[in-house]
Design a protein around this ligand. Sequence first.
Ligand SMILES: [Zn+2]
Length: 191
Amino acid sequence: MIVVRDPQLARADLARGQLPCPDCGTPLRPWGAARARVVRQADGTLRRLRPDRARCPGCRHTHVLLPVTSPPRSGYALDVVAAALVAHARGSGHRPIAAAQRVPADTVRGWLRRARRGLETIRRKAADQLSWADQDVFARLAPQPTLLGEYLNTLLAAADATVRRLRLTVPGLWPVAAMICSGCLLPDTGS
Ligand SMILES: [Zn+2]
């Protein structure tokens, strides 16, 4: 899986041979589409998504180009998952979060479990990115009540610093944060 910020741009890069394989660096080639999925948005609407797929002529691995706004194996938009993680970081349990976000409690519990498994990766990627984007911000980060809160706070600060450093125009910080994280907000249950 490759997390992409802009699926149209990624498709164009792929067609031009400018999207490298994350495993070996060889330019990927278009390889049809992955299976269709339905992604529930924050407003409750459903959006059908059929991500592009790419294949590496070098190592022969195939990769799904998943938009950053649709976290893998969640069935929900990034906004919904992010809101659940933020609420948990502030001390909420999975049941009240589920009620507030209108998501089944078991689904939220699964997200929280996966996020806990990804904690160390969130910490490392957020710190690396913030070191690159704006080292001085570290000293200004406010203490948070939980480790998850601390790492998400660092991640958002890294996203904010990245937006400033690269002069990006973005609708919100979470897609940038999720790109920095590249799947670490909700790591696969298997790993
Ligand atoms: Zn490869």
